[in-house]
Design a protein around this ligand. Structure first.
Ligand code: DSN
Length: 418
């Protein structure tokens, strides 16, 4: 990636990008919702398609000169359909996961209608009805959580709540839930309650696309996702839906809630979907899961409490209650040592979300760097050392040096010229 022009034109932005490249290279990033997109994805996203207005859809645009925009949008749609078996219709224009969800809500709900989704503080997502989000402001929202003992979704409880509140939309999907989600069971609950069923697979899209997690596509009226998490594409969203809702969804995305699509991002989505169709991507997703399992086991061996006892997917939630450290302080101490995680509320957390009693850890990025099980054991050891010696600057420095050495062995974007 040649940035010579940028270096001359805007040294300040150039420097920030250079430092961000170094940060991504030199730290062990364990943010469960992030990934490092390929150079091909970055090139498509940084392309001249950023110059183009293409309001409308392929072959039905409101601007001239859209012939090549049509090419990339059609490719993105075709490849997404191939990737998510059974997808009847795909819209690749949502700018984000939240906007994908907004398009679904605005299509089938009226203000004041009822939504039942997973509680934010039990692992759900802001856009699933949290009161601080438009979804909580526009709709009457109810939530289900996880069982206090098992840390898992209690499907009988979801059924009970669905019967009691009769939501118009039942939502599945999470930002911090480490177990398989039974989409089939949730679809049946939605049907019994007379609700639409929306599965937001943002976190697990890569796992779903490669059969490493059961797919909701056959059961759900709507499936939404981001494209930049396990799927490893550019930052953005998509909607998959049954053919009967295709027109309604397309009209709601544009002109309903968005103007011109981000054609450069759609081009990059097409590239990412092609990459995701390769056999190596399936192996990559499997390795993400193996790495998360190994890391969770190693942390349990060190005495940490992993919510639900482990993980079936790309992430885990660590309960720090009883370890004399908050999620916030753990995040800060780990980052000083070169390990980036985020503080996260745990189910039934007594601390405010800004402090939190837990941290969330995910393996998509370290797996993109080709780290495997032995490195996960090392990372668990480094996390343990930092969290048990957070005020010992020598330990922090020692871990920082070991992190740098590990990162050197597993480079990212090594051919990017900066
Ligand atoms: N904020 C994202 C996450 O970290 O899970 C979801 O949008």
């Amino acid at each position: 990636m040649n940035m010579n022009e940028l270096k001359k034109t805007d040294p300040e932005v150039y420097k920030a990008i250079e430092e961000e490249i170094r940060r991504e290279q030199d730290k062990i990033v364990l943010i469960a919702s992030e990934n490092y997109a390929s150079r091909a994805v970055l090139e498509a996203q940084g392309s001249v398609f950023t110059n183009k207005y293409a309001e409308g859809y392929p072959d039905r645009r409101y601007y001239g000169g859209c012939e090549y925009a049509d090419v990339v949008e059609k490719l993105a749609i075709e490849r997404a359909k191939e990737l998510f078996t059974g997808a009847e219709h795909v819209n690749v224009q949502p700018h984000s996961g939240t906007q994908a969800n907004m398009a679904v809500y605005f299509s089938v709900l009226k203000p004041g209608d009822r939504i039942l989704g997973m509680n934010l503080s039990h692992g759900g997502h802001l856009s699933h009805g949290a009161h601080v989000n438009f979804s909580g402001a526009f709709y009457e929202t109810f939530s289900y959580g996880v069982d206090r003992e098992t840390g898992m979704i209690d499907y009988d409880e979801v059924r009970r709540l669905a019967k009691q509140y009769r939501p118009k939309l039942l939502l599945a999907g999470a930002s911090a839930y480490s177990r398989i989600i039974d989409f089939k069971a949730l679809a049946a609950i939605a049907r019994e309650a007379g609700a639409y069923f929306l599965a937001d697979i943002a976190h697990i899209a890569g796992l779903v696309a490669t059969d490493n997690h059961p797919s909701p596509v056959a059961y759900a009226d709507f499936v939404t996702s981001t494209t930049h998490k396990t799927l490893r594409g550019p930052r953005g969203g998509i909607i998959i839906c049954k053919a009967e809702y295709a027109r309604m969804i397309d009209k709601m995305v544009f002109p309903g809630i968005q103007g011109g699509p981000l054609v450069h991002v759609i081009a990059a989505k097409a590239v990412a979907f092609r990459e995701a169709l390769r056999p190596e991507f399936r192996r990559y997703q499997l390795q993400i899961i193996k790495n998360a399992g190994e890391l969770a086991d190693a942390l349990v061996r060190k005495g940490f409490r992993v919510i639900s006892g482990g993980t079936d997917n790309h992430m885990m939630l660590i309960d720090l209650t009883g370890m004399n450290i908050t999620g916030k302080d753990a995040e800060t101490a780990l980052d000083r040592a070169g390990i980036t995680v985020n503080k996260n509320a745990i189910p039934y957390d007594e601390k405010p979300a800004s402090v939190a009693s837990g941290i969330r850890i995910g393996t998509p990025i370290v797996t993109s760097r080709r780290m495997k099980e032995p490195e996960m054991v090392i990372i668990a050891d480094l996390i343990d050392r930092v969290l048990k010696n957070k005020d010992n600057s020598e330990t922090i420095k020692h871990v920082r040096d070991r992190v740098k050495a590990l990162c050197k062995r597993f480079p990212v974007y090594e051919d990017i010229e900066i």
